[in-house]
Design a protein around this ligand. Sequence first.
Ligand SMILES: C[S@@+](CC[C@H](N)C(=O)[O-])C[C@H]1O[C@@H](n2cnc3c(N)ncnc32)[C@H](O)[C@@H]1O
Length: 248
Amino acid sequence: MSLPTITPGTSPADVPPGDEATAARYVRQIFARVAPRYDLLNHLLSFQIDRYWRRFTAEKASEALVLPTARALDLCCGTGDLLLALGRVHSGPMFGADFCRPMLVAAAAKLGGHARLIEADALALPVASGSLDLVTIAFGLRNLANYRNGLQEMRRVLRDGGRLAVLEFSQPRGRLLGPMYKLYFRYVLPRLGGAISGAANAYRYLQQSVDKFLSPEELSAAMLAVGFRQVRYWPLTGGIAVLHVATK
Ligand SMILES: C[S@@+](CC[C@H](N)C(=O)[O-])C[C@H]1O[C@@H](n2cnc3c(N)ncnc32)[C@H](O)[C@@H]1O
């Protein structure tokens, strides 16, 4: 099966289409700028619902963590909130990877040795093939310069039977919630986020990247296309976020 015709990866407005190296640099700089206020803004702008989304993700992902020795990697781990949630369901080896050092510095302060952190690009992981039981990625896939290559890399590092859990924003489709959310996301969030973080372009990018991201059906098709099976997904909070879980 081939990928449907969709954006191949994140395409920030200021970056020439198809220039993956510049897109990745742009994304890294954006997150470096917002890192000091990232947690505050995340919880504030989502009315704390993001905590519930990560808990739900950790619960579903725990199906892959039955053995205490199971190895989990959280990609695009940012300041480590999903690692914290995973730590509540698993006491075995856990790793976090991100390519933005200021986000990892914030994660290290919060996690205190709870997980091993790696500064790495999700598209080229310094991780042996077939070595992990679980890969998670929360609000990260949307930012990759190439979705297909990212999913392929996630599949490479998983063992056969291992699980991938992708938590990502989506567009709620409800008659009332859909238009209300669009207004909030397009007009309120970029202004509020920009004002509090001092990085207006970061919150414009957030809004545009969600607008351009794959629908849940397209993401399921993309996962199947790179060889995952048993793809399931759960729309959360009326479809504002969606959790996909797939098996290698
Ligand atoms: C929106 S934040 C999500 C952080 C965290 N997972 C959470 O749930 O809050 C996206 C993170 O993805 C990281 N990121 C984006 N592209 C990446 C890549 N190619 N490789 C590694 N990290 C990446 C950014 O540096 C940033 O920390």
